[in-house]
Design a binder for this molecule. Structure first.
Ligand SMILES: [Zn+2]
Length: 210
C-alpha cells in the first residue's frame, strides 16, 4: 500500500487560514441545523420523512464534533514536557488520522508518523503526539497543510534539533466519486531542522519509519 514518497513540502506552503484562535471559534448549533435542513431541501429531499427528520440535527452535531480541533490549544497539549537524555530520535508510527478535506467536507483517512530529535533533552508523552494530530485533523483541512502544521507546532513548542512528519491518507472525495475506482494513497512529508538540511539523516529516519 505504501507508494514512493512524492513530495517534501516547503514551509508555508499554504496560508494558515484554519488556525483561528481557539477561543474565537463561534458555533451556532441551531443555525447549522437549519442550514442542513435547507441543504437537503435544495437537493430535492423530503425532510419530513421519518428517516430524515432528525438528520439535520445529527449532521450538525457530527460536523461540530469533527471540527472540534479548532478549539484545542496546541500549546497546552505540548506544555507538559519532561527531561529524557537521548541522542536518538523519538518516533511514533501509525497514529490514526481522521480528517475532513476542506474542499468537499468529505473524510480523508490514514496514518501519521512523527519523529523528532529532542533539542534540549525535553520530550512529550507519546499520547500528546496523538492529541496533537487530532487537534489539527479535526477541522476543515488540506493534507499538505496538516503535515506542515504538525511539524511547525513541534518546532515551536519543543525546539527540537529536527522534525519529520509523514502522512499517508486516502481521500474519500477521490475514492467515492468519479467512474474509475482507484485506491490512491496520498503521501506528504514535512521536515524541519536537521531532517530538512541533512538529506542523509532524513533518508535514514524515513527508512526506520518504514
Ligand atoms: Zn476533497
Amino acid at each position: 500500500m505504501i507508494n514512493p514518497i512524492t513530495s517534501n513540502l516547503p514551509e508555508d506552503l499554504e496560508t494558515k487560514s484554519n488556525l483561528a484562535e481557539p477561543d474565537q471559534v463561534v458555533v451556532d448549533f441551531e443555525a447549522a441545523e437549519h442550514a442542513m435542513q435547507q441543504f437537503l431541501i435544495a437537493l430535492g429531499e423530503d425532510v419530513e420523512r421519518e428517516g430524515l427528520a432528525d438528520t439535520p440535527r445529527r449532521v450538525a452535531k457530527a460536523m461540530i464534533e469533527l471540527m472540534s480541533g479548532r478549539t484545542e490549544d496546541v500549546g497546552e497539549i505540548l506544555s507538559r514536557r519532561f527531561k529524557q537524555e537521548t541522542d536518538s530520535p523519538v518516533m511514533l508510527r501509525d497514529i490514526e488520522l481522521f480528517s475532513l478535506c476542506e474542499h468537499h467536507l468529505l473524510p480523508f483517512i490514514g496514518k501519521v508518523h512523527i519523529a523528532y530529535l529532542p533539542g534540549d533533552g525535553y520530550v512529550v508523552g507519546l499520547s500528546k503526539l496523538a492529541r496533537l494530530v487530532d487537534a489539527f485533523a479535526k477541522r476543515p483541512q488540506i493534507q499538505e497543510q496538516l503535515t506542515n502544521q504538525i511539524a511547525d507546532s513541534l518546532v515551536e513548542h519543543l525546539s527540537p534539533k529536527g522534525v519529520l512528519v509523514w502522512v499517508e491518507a486516502e481521500h474519500m472525495c477521490m475514492k467515492m466519486r468519479g467512474v474509475k475506482k482507484c485506491n490512491p494513497v496520498m503521501q506528504t512529508i514535512a521536515s524541519r531542522g536537521l531532517y530538512r538540511d541533512d538529506r542523509g539523516a532524513r533518508e535514514e529516519l524515513l527508512a526506520m519509519l518504514r
